[in-house]
Ligand binder design. Structure first.
Ligand SMILES: Cc1cc2nc3c(=O)[nH]c(=O)nc-3n(C[C@H](O)[C@H](O)[C@H](O)COP(=O)(O)O)c2cc1C
Length: 174
């Protein structure tokens, strides 16, 4: 059984987690999805052999629930894969593990044995943000030449990259 564990504030990491689950179940692999955003004490059940951890970046760091959850788990016998979601990766030249500026920070919160890691571009949706967050993201977008109009709602996630990551999860089983 593969369990996709995620943290998500605005829903895009959740959407990616559910997409991976669909990919796996349509390939006859048992997979479930669990949101730990408000439940970092969630404990894995013994039938879980592989965890996929999905975590977005907020204000330069992976959301803290991921590290808190990992600290509470005995993962010695469990395979772990992980994906990070952020808006910087909307730029192709910053979308790879080797080129995304958050890759290093993300890998740092993961157990050392984790080697299967991906970076995915997230979504921009100003209507979902608080006034302060909207102003901050508009400012960052202005600096990085992204959309600043407060109606902007753009999904940057490259679904073929999520397909590739999901296919790798399957090949790790054989
Ligand atoms: C308040 C806030 C801060 C963010 N900070 C960053 C950041 O520092 N770097 C970045 O690349 N993306 C940043 N993002 C973009 C998110 O990582 C992106 O929107 C992602 O899709 C959010 O995932 P979620 O919808 O699962 O919460 C930020 C978004 C918000 C709303």
């Amino acid at each position: 059984m593969i369990e996709i564990i995620y943290v998500s504030q605005d829903g895009q990491t959740s959407k990616i987690a559910h997409y991976i689950q669909q990919y796996l179940t349509s390939n006859q692999i048992e997979a479930r999805v669990t949101d730990i955003t408000h439940n970092v004490s969630y404990t894995l059940s013994p039938e879980v052999k592989h965890v996929v951890l999905g975590v977005p970046i907020r204000y330069g760091n992976p959301m803290s629930q991921a590290k808190a959850w990992l600290a509470n788990q005995d993962i010695s016998d469990i395979e772990i894969s992980a994906f990070n979601v952020n808006l910087t990766a909307r730029k192709p030249e910053k979308s790879e593990l080797s080129s995304c500026p958050y890759a290093h920070k993300f890998i740092k919160i993961l157990p050392e044995k984790v080697t299967h890691v991906a970076i995915f571009a997230g979504a921009l949706d100003y209507a979902k943000y608080s006034w302060f967050d909207r102003k901050m993201i508009q400012f960052i977008m202005w600096i990085t030449k992204g959309p600043t109009h407060s109606d902007s709602r753009i999904e940057y996630t490259q679904w073929p990259a999520v397909d590739k990551f999901s296919a790798e999860l399957i090949s790790m089983r054989s």
